[in-house]
Design a binder for this molecule. Structure first.
Ligand SMILES: NC(=O)c1ccc[n+]([C@@H]2O[C@H](COP(=O)([O-])OP(=O)(O)OC[C@H]3O[C@@H](n4cnc5c(N)ncnc54)[C@H](O)[C@@H]3O)[C@@H](O)[C@H]2O)c1
Ligand SMILES: [Zn+2]
Ligand SMILES: [Zn+2]
Length: 361
């Protein structure tokens, strides 16, 4: 039996319950969860803004230690420290072999619908949210869901890299490929936006303009490398960005998940600029831009999980962390236990945290 926070439908708190994990199949591994970050994407599922099967276990920003491996697993062995990533890659499909494994549909790395489920409770299947189900003491994963990491990295810091840091830094370095000297604006300074700000700093951007409605987030943004901050609760962010840059930024990133801020990000661009929407805009909502803006060669694009090749990217980010060039320490605003997951959602909604990380003994 494994203790887990179970999602039983939108607009309800997660329930702490015991669930059963099956034994690892040939290419599966059992991982003891050591830390899991609470990302806003899970809150979107809980709020009912995005569909999610139920009952399910959410949680997709974890680090842990391999406990057991299936008989065909070659990549890891028991005792290895790992980060798990929802971008589980099969390695053989068209998107994987064309170098975009973050787009893998993942069918080959999940159990077939008629197979015994990975997670169950009294014989009833429990959905494995986003391939991981990390709000649980243990995770049963495909081996291609993890990357090995150095054992000297603290688990709470490593966990953040599993989604928020990969997503934000990766959107800048992989998706948009911001060059040194560029001007950048980041809308939203939560876990993902602060990571995007750090990505822009790593890229050598000359102007990094952070936008948020909360003073404490803007203060953090400055610590992470923002050169300018805009309080969007009292100002039109796009107009302010155009003012600061004398005509607009070359790269804008939306890390909130709102129609209105995605449109602002596009409006804040200079001619030829690129807006990258990272935030999860609620299903069914349209993003509208002025058609003539395309004649100014402006681009609008999405980014999924920082366009990662996570087995390459994540260990590199951890090296940058150890060198003091990527700040993960300040990104962990607070820690808690699995039972604190609902309070972590509340704190996120209230804007109190960059990230809450839940830790396990
Ligand atoms: N594309 C992906 O692969 C991917 C991966 C992870 C997360 N996400 C999404 O990224 C978004 C951000 O996630 P997070 O965990 O950083 O969330 P978060 O709640 O920690 O941060 C959101 C920030 O936006 C700010 N904000 C809210 N409304 C605003 C407004 N109108 N103007 C300016 N700032 C505003 C909040 O104060 C907060 O600081 C979410 O939508 C999440 O689902 C996407
Ligand atoms: Zn996430
Ligand atoms: Zn694939």
């Amino acid at each position: 039996m494994v203790k887990a926070a179970v999602f039983r439908g939108p607009q309800q708190p997660l329930h702490i319950e015991d669930v059963q994990l099956d034994a690892p199949g040939p290419r599966e591994i059992l991982v003891n969860t050591k830390a899991v970050g609470v990302c806003h994407s899970d809150l979107h599922f809980v709020d009912g803004l995005y569909p999610m099967a139920n009952p399910a276990i959410l949680g997709h920003e974890p680090a842990g230690v391999v406990e057991a491996v299936g008989d065909q697993v070659t990549y890891v062995q028991p005792g290895d420290h790992v980060i798990a990533c929802l971008s589980v890659f099969c390695g053989v499909c068209e998107v994987c072999t064309s170098g975009r494994p973050y787009l893998c549909s993942g069918e080959a790395t999940r159990r077939a619908p008629n197979d015994k489920p990975r997670i169950s409770q009294n014989g009833e299947p429990i959905h494995q949210g986003l391939n991981l189900a990390a709000y649980a003491e243990q995770m049963l994963l495909h081996e291609n869901a993890v990357v090995k990491i150095r054992p000297d990295i603290p688990f709470d810091k490593a966990a953040l890299v599993g989604c928020g840091v990969m997503t934000g830094v990766g959107a800048v370095l992989n998706t948009a490929q911001v060059p040194a000297g560029a001007s950048v604006a980041v809308f939203g300074c939560g876990g993902v936006g602060l990571a995007a700000i750090q990505g822009a700093r790593l890229a050598g951007a000359r102007q990094i303009i952070a936008v948020d409605t909360m003073e404490n987030k803007l203060a953090m943004a400055r610590e992470m490398g923002a050169t300018h901050v805009i309080d969007a609760s009292s100002k039109d962010a796009a107009a302010s960005i155009i003012d600061i840059t004398g005509g607009g930024v070359e790269y804008a990133f939306e890390a909130i998940g709102l129609k209105q801020t995605a449109e602002q990000a596009f409006r804040s661009l200079a001619a030829g600029g690129t807006a990258t929407v990272i935030g999860m805009i609620p299903v069914g909502q349209k993003v509208e831009v002025d058609g003539y803006e395309f004649l100014r060669a402006k681009k609008l694009q999405g980014s999924l999980m920082g366009s990662n090749r996570f087995r390459l990217d994540m260990p590199r980010y951890l090296d940058l962390y150890l060198q003091g060039r990527l700040d993960l320490d300040k990104m962990v605003s607070r820690t808690g236990k699995l039972e604190d997951v609902n309070d972590a959602f509340r704190a996120m909604k209230a804007g109190e945290v960059a990230r809450t990380v839940l830790t396990f003994p």
